[in-house]
Ligand binder design. Structure first.
Ligand SMILES: Nc1nc2c(c(=O)[nH]1)N[C@H]1C(S)=C(S)[C@@H](COP(=O)(O)O)O[C@H]1N2
Ligand SMILES: [Mo]
Length: 235
């Protein structure tokens, strides 16, 4: 089942409204999941995930209630902050860098998990090295074309080989609903770290918590024990 979004409607700050009424983190997942499904949502059965039994399907999330529609050729990624060479990269620039393929489970903090998703992109560390991190840099902050989501990592997390700037998913270009043309994919952490519609990578001395952390999710987002669940680590 999939439901088309009405792009003509003004953006609704679904995330914020839902967060306001919620005290406990456990409830947050349930309410957020279901209300957001109704408000913006579709549960897509794309690629492998949709073929597997047991609800192994991505849920499409957007804080703003809409999906930025970015033509690949218009896409730009800024790399800024504490770098020697601030840069603006096109998708072709990214594709000219050494590609990385990852096949890993995707785990949302609210409990759903999609098995063995295929990703392709470039290492975030390669992007950072292209710009040249200054010796003062200790953290990385990310912004989205949606103007709402933000995320962050420590510089050492950002340098992991399983943290990528992704431009393909399920063997094709990343769709707008999944954060295309370019999103972050932070394999070992809960899905909220994998910021969609990535617009900027900013090196800073110490990273501030992102949108989801400001709204109650842990800054420590390693997939593991959460809310009474034992989520197998992403390896
Ligand atoms: N810009 C943006 N990125 C985002 C989100 C969002 O709402 N906006 N949701 C996050 C959360 S909580 C999850 S689980 C994943 C979901 O990815 P999907 O929408 O492709 O299923 O995206 C993450 N990245
Ligand atoms: Mo999530």
């Amino acid at each position: 089942m999939s439901q088309e979004m009405d792009e003509s409607k003004p953006s609704v700050p679904v995330g914020r409204r839902v967060f306001l009424g919620i005290a406990g983190l456990g409830m947050l997942g349930i309410v957020f999941g279901s209300r957001l499904q109704r408000a913006v949502g579709e549960t897509v059965g794309t690629g492998l995930g949709g073929l597997l039994p047991g609800g192994n399907r991505f849920r499409i999330y957007s804080i703003t209630g809409s999906f930025p529609n970015i033509v690949s050729s218009d896409y730009r990624l800024k790399v800024s902050g504490l770098v020697d060479n601030p840069m603006t990269l096109t998708i072709e620039d990214l594709k000219a860098m050494p590609p990385v393929h990852l096949v890993k489970d995707f785990q949302c903090v609210t409990g759903w998990r999609v098995s063995q998703v295929h990703w392709e992109g470039v290492r975030l560390s390669d992007v950072i090295d292209a710009a040249g991190a200054s010796s003062k840099a200790g953290g990385v902050e990310f912004s989205s074309y949606d103007g709402a989501d933000t995320e962050s990592l420590t510089l050492s997390q950002a340098r992991r080989s399983d943290v990528i700037v992704a431009y393909r998913m399920f063997g094709g270009p990343i769709t707008s609903s999944h954060g295309g043309p370019v999103r972050l994919y932070v394999a070992p952490m809960y899905g909220y770290k994998s910021l969609k519609w990535l617009s900027e990578i900013r090196l800073v001395e110490k990273a501030s918590p992102g949108y989801w952390e400001q709204n109650g999710y842990p800054v420590d987002a390693w997939v593991g024990n959460f809310d009474g669940r034992q989520d197998a680590p992403i390896t």
